[in-house]
Design a protein around this ligand. Structure first.
Ligand SMILES: *Cc1c(COP(=O)(O)O)cnc(C)c1O
Length: 396
């Protein structure tokens, strides 16, 4: 057929030859995926992992990234979401219905708690809060459907009694979902941990943090090992129209090769900084599960056998330092930028008032305002000097 120039333009194509190979996989951008013929159209089935049927259901770019994330975390199947919080939302939307009980740790990622409270008031889901380091505070009833875990928990960084919590959930037939952002699949394997080879049912991971590593891409994942669970999640993902762009997938894909190196470096820097912070007078408490003085140290040690941890350290200032003083300290920092999130190249600082954040007694924590440091890829000695200068401004 002889085509007019406009038509030729629309139909122009240059196919890559079979032999071409590149370090990074090609980027697919798709809403429409073109079927070869009507047989291909009618023969497709959503449970087939090569069922490419529409952009929201996945492209080679998203499937490749998902397979890699599942592999890093020790799982089998992965669904990608536009943020970590939307991955959390997918799990809640998929497994909770009116009258169901969901258990969340008091130190769970704050917006998850907020999201569940919203489900509670709108849909009659029953939200129960437990203390991650006290197994007796987890007392599920027969309505309990889902247990949220986070290791280590947000901001105060207690490492949970993961082994006993998972055992108790299993004994009660409760699904377990672990927010795996802190461990990133590197500090421990959520699908095979402890000597008894325990496994959680699913993990969510804010790929925004270590997998992206740039502080620039938002993404989340839900990983499972169980095909039936994955299929349930897949349907919920599809009907909610959750999708990510091929370009974002390619950016995260590109960062994965360096993730373990970055994680180790930030883990080591955090330990060095932690040791220095412990020598400082201004702090009532330094919070990090690898610290032998930490209340949850034994839980961390029995789970994170390679002795790794994310690059996060929190401090509680002595109670004499009020909000004005803490703000002065944070504003004085030069290398630590004031911002949410973590896992990127630039170190970050954030300030919190725990009294607004915790539902249960937290007698293991000193009274005082909390500052969280997220360690980036700078030299740890420079970061220590930055904090030292901030403290001088506070005291001077
Ligand atoms: C950042 C974070 C999330 C949410 O990820 P976003 O991509 O920012 O929505 C969830 N859980 C934890 C533990 C996080 O740190």
């Amino acid at each position: 057929m002889k085509l007019h120039p406009q038509t030729a333009l629309v139909h122009a194509e240059r196919k890559a030859p079979q032999w071409i190979n590149t370090i990074q996989p090609p980027i697919y951008r798709a809403s429409t995926i073109i079927f070869n013929d009507t047989t291909a159209l009618f023969d497709r089935h959503w449970t087939d992992p090569y069922d490419y049927s529409y952009g929201t259901h996945g492209t080679p770019s998203t499937f490749t990234l998902g397979d890699n994330i599942a592999q890093i975390e020790g799982g089998e199947y992965c669904l990608l979401c536009p943020s970590g919080l939307s991955a959390i939302n997918l799990v809640n939307a998929c497994f909770l219905a009116t009258g169901d009980e969901v258990w969340v740790a008091d130190n769970i990622y704050g917006p998850n708690m907020e999201h569940l409270r919203n489900l509670e008031s709108r849909y009659g889901i029953i939200v129960k809060v437990y203390n991650a380091i006290d197994i007796n505070s987890f007392q599920p009833t027969e309505k309990a459907k889902l247990l949220w875990l986070e290791a280590a928990g947000s901001v105060t960084l207690e490492f949970p009694n993961l082994i006993n919590l998972v055992k108790k959930a299993k004994a009660n037939n409760i699904l377990t979902a672990l927010d795996n952002t802190w461990g990133a699949g590197l500090a421990f394997n959520a699908f095979d941990f402890s000597q008894e080879h325990l496994t959680v049912d699913m993990t969510v991971h804010a790929l925004t943090k270590y997998p992206s590593g740039g502080g620039d891409i938002l993404m989340g994942s839900v990983v499972t090992r169980d095909q039936a669970l994955h299929h349930k999640l897949f349907r919920a993902h599809a009907i909610q129209g959750i999708a990510i762009s091929g370009d974002d997938a390619a950016q995260v894909q590109r960062s994965l090769a360096s993730m373990q190196l970055r994680y180790e470096k930030q883990s080591q820097s955090a330990i060095k900084i932690l040791q220095w912070l412990k020598t400082q007078d201004a702090f009532a408490q330094v919070l990090h599960p690898a610290d032998p003085d930490n209340i949850s140290h034994a839980f961390w040690k029995e789970t994170c056998q390679n002795e790794q941890s994310a690059g996060l350290v929190s401090v509680i200032f002595k109670a004499e330092y009020d909000m004005t003083a803490i703000r002065k300290f944070c504003d004085h920092l030069k290398l630590f930028k004031l911002g949410f999130s973590w896992g990127g190249p630039v170190s970050l600082v954030m300030l919190y008032n725990l009294n607004d954040m915790r539902h249960l007694e937290h007698s293991h924590l000193q009274k005082g305002l909390l500052v969280r440091f997220c360690i980036g890829l700078e030299d740890a000695d420079d970061l220590i000097e930055d904090i030292e200068n901030g403290l001088k401004a506070l005291l001077g």
